[in-house]
Design a protein around this ligand. Structure first.
Ligand SMILES: Nc1ncnc2c1ncn2[C@@H]1O[C@H](COP(=O)(O)OP(=O)(O)O)[C@@H](O)[C@H]1O
Ligand SMILES: [Mg+2]
Length: 247
């Protein structure tokens, strides 16, 4: 447990009143590259307990307002994403999605070994479910904004499996082409450690086929976006990558 004084933005009075919270504590701080994200456990006056996720934004209110408004929209249209409970001055409070991060899921499937057909099929089935999640996400965004909004920050820590797939982290959403999301997703899938294994390459082939077909994407544009992202990942991490992934 983290001492409450270590959190720079504790729950706001208004939220505490709304939920009739008697006391709360910080259970953990999530790994996050940009923001401060905490798991909070609260006990209500009624004696019931509830877990919340508090996300405090590094870059001020604009990102927060964008994310809150998207979460609200997704919730309204029943897309699997955390329920937004509260927007404060510098943070939001949302539903805690208790499940397995995509990153851990794919690691587990790969660890099962190349001969584990069941793990392989589960990984492919998850690719289809994710493509379906994106199909719905793009539809809702398009209806709302009148243009194609993409997620952009598509790393594997932004999806959780809890019976079904849940997506979160929408502060980087922007106008763009769907091919960018899929291309970037393929680049991320390939480069988590250990990078470029045969298993990952095969998985990305599946993702590529499933996403291109289900989202009606331009395959050469997806490849272009994947190469672009691989190039920037390799520069960032000083990662040498196989020739077959160079343009
Ligand atoms: N609603 C949630 N339920 C469960 N875990 C969450 C939730 N929101 C965030 N997390 C965890 O916190 C991490 C960071 O949150 P995220 O919104 O992705 O912030 P950042 O913009 O800094 O990447 C996620 O990778 C995930 O592990
Ligand atoms: Mg994130």
């Amino acid at each position: 447990m983290i001492p409450n004084k270590e959190i720079s933005a504790p729950l706001e009075e208004k939220f505490i009143k709304q939920w009739e919270i008697k006391e709360y504590c910080l259970i953990k701080k999530f790994k996050s590259k940009k923001n401060q994200v905490y798991l909070i456990k609260a006990e209500m006056e009624s004696g019931l307990t509830e877990s919340f996720v508090l996300k405090e934004y590094a870059d001020g209110t604009k990102d927060m307002e964008k994310e809150a408004s998207i979460l609200h929209k997704l919730q309204e249209k029943k897309i699997h994403a955390p329920i937004l409970y509260y927007m404060g001055k510098k943070h939001i409070v949302m539903e805690y999605i208790q499940g397995q991060l995509f990153l851990d899921f794919f690691e587990e499937m790969e660890m099962a070994g190349p001969l584990e057909k069941e793990a392989w099929h589960t990984a492919c089935a998850t690719a289809s479910s994710l493509a379906y999640w994106f199909k719905n996400f793009y539809k809702v965004m398009e209806n709302h904004y009148g243009k194609t909004m993409i997620m952009y920050d598509i790393n594997l820590r932004n999806f959780i499996i809890r019976d079904e797939i849940y997506g979160f982290d929408f502060e980087d959403c922007r106008l763009g082409k769907k091919e960018t999301d899929t291309g970037r997703l393929c680049a991320y899938l390939l480069t988590y450690e250990p990078a470029f294994t045969d298993w990952k390459k095969e998985l990305v082939r599946e993702f590529f086929i499933i996403f291109t077909k289900n989202l009606d994407l331009d395959p050469s544009l997806v490849k272009e976006e994947m190469f672009k992202e691989l190039e920037s990942i390799s520069q960032r991490r000083k990662l040498v990558y196989p020739m077959e992934f160079k343009t």
